[in-house]
Design a protein around this ligand. Structure first.
Ligand code: ZN
Ligand code: ZN
Length: 355
């Protein structure tokens, strides 16, 4: 079966790796379904062990299937578990993820004893890029919630309302649906809208402001990530001109997300469009990123990207223009790459809204 565990084993074989210990919670979640904060998953080409501690014994029994679960509590220590597992699995060498810190590696050196620790490149990130249909369904559910949240907060936009009040209401809305915000929501208006990742402030909306709202809902372990930009009151000709170009970049780049195209080619197309009005110089970030268990998941649609668009991936497409003194805007959708026409997963209207 094409399970995450089997795909990781295939990758171990291809990369000549005897065993790996997985501790990054995003990778642990993808591999096993476990959502707790502490676990070590040992995977060899034929065996596997899952270690957690007594805080998560019941949760691990419920969530982890097909891997032997070991859970320890006082007086046993993690050292005891690791030496037992190393003996069970006949480990002589174990690879570890790039996310392991220098301090952890130092500590592990004494804990692992005779087992050699081997730094590995990110083996799981590229595997996580290709989603199963069950994963796509979960991202769709997270996108539906993001759409509903955007709909809810768009009704709050009017002169005098502060950025922080919209952001707070947004979080309440998401959490009342049993989800969490995958990241601190961005609500930036007027001069603050020129900051792509600005923090909501006490600034009160004024007529003629751009308001950019970037939000994500995390539901059942999977994320959505959408952005819309509104105008408070009447849009100026300049608002319309810049918005139209960013929207065109979004739509044309989304349509390009078909198997075989280079990720950097999609990004380059957005810059070409924006340059028709000399605006590419105001687009400092990449066009998009992989989306899944992490908000900024593995993969980038950027000038330096070397990946190729492949069926089963889910990308954000988020062109933006940020002009100090004038303001900024971004429009962001989530897109599933299929063998045919790309499937757009976020549906909140994209046309310029004057509120
Ligand atoms: Zn976003
Ligand atoms: Zn994003």
């Amino acid at each position: 079966m094409n399970t995450p565990l089997n795909r990781l084993r295939q990758s171990l074989v291809e990369n000549g790796v005897e065993a790996i210990v997985v501790t990054d919670p995003i990778n642990v979640g993808w591999l096993t379904g476990f959502t707790g904060s502490f676990a070590m998953v040992f995977v060899t080409q034929s065996g596997a062990r899952f270690i957690t501690d007594s805080r998560y014994t019941i949760q691990a029994q419920e969530q982890v299937h097909g891997i032997e679960v070991r859970s320890f509590g006082a007086p046993r220590k993690i050292e005891d578990e690791i030496s037992d597992v190393a003996r069970d699995l006949n480990l002589t060498e174990v690879g570890f993820e790039p996310s392991v810190t220098f301090a952890t590696h130092d500590r592990w050196k004494s804990i692992f004893g005779a087992v050699t620790l081997r730094p590995l490149s990110d083996l799981l990130g590229p595997l996580r890029m290709i989603k199963t249909s069950a994963e796509v369904e979960k991202i769709k559910a997270a996108c539906r919630l993001a759409d509903a949240t955007m709909e809810h907060v768009s009704r709050l936009i009017q002169p005098g309302v502060r950025e922080i009040d919209i952001a707070l209401d947004l979080e309440f809305f998401v959490r009342r649906q049993g989800a969490t915000c995958g990241f601190d929501p961005i609500v930036v208006a007027g001069p603050n809208s020129a900051r792509p990742h600005g923090v909501p402030s006490e600034y009160a909306l004024q007529p003629g402001d751009f308001v950019t709202i970037d939000l994500g809902a995390k539901l059942d372990g999977y994320n959505s990530d959408i952005t819309r930009t509104f105008v408070v009151g009447k849009a100026s000709d300049r608002h319309r001109e810049v918005y139209a170009l960013v929207l065109r970049a979004l739509l044309e780049c989304t349509a390009m997300l078909k198997p075989g195209i280079g990720c950097h080619d999609v990004d380059a197309h957005a810059r070409r469009i924006l340059d028709e009005s000399d605006l590419a110089k105001y687009f400092g970030h990449g066009l998009g990123h992989g989306l899944g268990r992490a908000v900024h998941d593995f993969g980038r649609l950027g000038p330096g990207s070397t990946e190729t668009v492949t069926a089963g991936q889910v990308w954000t497409v988020e062109p933006g223009v940020y002009i100090e003194g004038f303001g900024g805007l971004r429009i962001e959708d989530d897109v599933h790459v299929t063998e045919g026409v790309p499937e757009v997963l976020s549906h909140f209207p994209r046309e310029l809204m004057e509120l």
